[in-house]
Design a protein around this ligand. Structure first.
Ligand code: NQM
Length: 377
């Protein structure tokens, strides 16, 4: 429970890495019930809207300005539910409209640490509902018994994910129903490819698609990039960033998302031929700065686009075959493998996706915010 500590309120919190992101996780029952107070507490915990987040625990980057709010499942067939919050370091809101598959990887470990899920065997599988979009995932983690006979979350292991140093215990994530998470349909315009006309850029071929993350997929070369830049090179290229943003605003409207100037989606994915034996090379914008790797559901969505004949990703994709293809999405710090399940009677229909992540509990305790923002007494 939250408690007073002098002029501050101490809110129980665990800082978790989920995949290539990290941020504070909370038991939803220990946060303010009122939405605007809750938002103020979360922003203060991160240190936003100061872009350096010097007065909070955020990491001054969108990938480390993320929040998990977890509760026991309230519906049948749901073990744990959570809400993902995305803050931009310099922003004044916590966006709860989209998904994050990286932070999702930390939800079940957190639920076990917090006593919401009691492991019964060496491996624990749970159905996790992401409240943001109603997405269900089946997640499996390792929960061996310790010397005292109690089961704990095993974080050590030999799984390696690009973008995180070293190895850790693998977390298996299977997605069942990701299509149209935010944009309402897998192909929000009804087409695998559209030609859009963008101010100062001209006509551009894009694939607008949402299989868990709304994405605009565009050939890097069409925007004057190679598609092999480092994130720092992308962030330093104001011309490229402004062409990408102009395309994003046009496509946001085309996807039925309205004026996306202040929204965190659609995300932008520049594609190019693979260079390291993968399926396709990507550079991701989230949505205005470069991703160091690629988001989980962004990778699922980009991989899905590789399957669709006629898509912009398909133009460059190599080696996607069979009814369970593994698509290796190359990104700035390595690759991300997504195994897709295609409908046997329709290989253009993606019905499942599965992937491997890792997570780790980094810190367990309280995060302190001024009592003037929230007094739980
Ligand atoms: O697409 C970054 C991340 C993400 C989101 C972002 C993610 C996903 O890498 O599922 O994981 O797109 O802002 O954490």
């Amino acid at each position: 429970r939250p408690r007073r500590s002098g002029s501050q309120t101490a809110v129980p919190c665990q800082l978790m890495r989920g995949g290539t992101s990290h941020g504070p996780f909370f038991d939803g029952r220990a946060l303010p019930a009122d939405a605007s107070t809750r938002e103020a507490v979360l922003l203060a915990a991160l240190g936003s809207p100061d872009a350096r987040q010097i007065d909070g625990i955020g990491g001054a980057h969108p990938l480390t300005s993320k929040i998990g709010i977890v509760r026991p499942g309230a519906e049948s067939g749901v073990d744990v539910e959570w809400t993902f919050g995305q803050a931009q370091p310099g922003g004044t809101t916590v966006d709860v409209t989209a998904n994050c598959g990286n932070m999702l990887a930390a939800v079940l470990p957190f639920a076990v640490e917090a006593g919401m899920v009691v492991p019964a065997g060496d491996r624990t599988t749970a159905r996790v509902l992401t409240r943001n979009t109603g997405m269900l995932a089946e997640i499996t983690i390792a929960t061996p018994a310790g010397d005292d006979g109690r089961r704990y979350v095993e974080y050590a292991g030999d799984a390696r994910i690009d973008g995180v140093p070293g190895t850790a215990a693998g977390i298996e994530i299977g997605f069942l129903d990701t299509a149209g998470s935010v944009a309402g349909a897998l192909l929000p315009t009804g087409n695998v490819r559209d030609a859009v006309d963008v101010p100062e850029v001209g006509p551009v071929d894009v694939t607008m698609i949402d299989n868990g993350q709304p994405l605009v997929i565009v050939a890097a070369a069409r925007l004057g990039a190679t598609g092999y830049e480092t994130p720092a090179e992308i962030d330093g290229d104001e011309g490229l960033k402004s062409r990408v943003e102009a395309l994003r605003l046009t496509c946001g409207r085309a996807m039925g998302l309205g004026d996306v100037t202040d929204k965190n989606y659609p995300k932008m994915t520049l594609v190019a031929p693979p260079r390291h034996g993968g399926t396709v090379s990507t550079r991701s914008f989230i949505p205005r700065v470069a991703h160091q790797s690629i988001g989980v559901l962004a990778a699922v969505t980009a991989a899905t686009a590789c399957v669709f004949e006629g898509s912009v990703a398909h133009d460059f994709a190599t080696g996607v075959t069979g009814v369970e293809p593994t698509v290796s999405v190359e990104h700035p710090s390595g690759e991300f493998s997504v195994t897709l399940g295609l409908a046997p009677d329709d290989p253009q229909q993606v019905v499942r996706s599965a992937l491997l992540r890792t997570a780790r509990l980094l810190m367990s305790g309280d995060v302190l915010v001024p009592t003037s923002l929230w007094n739980p007494d």
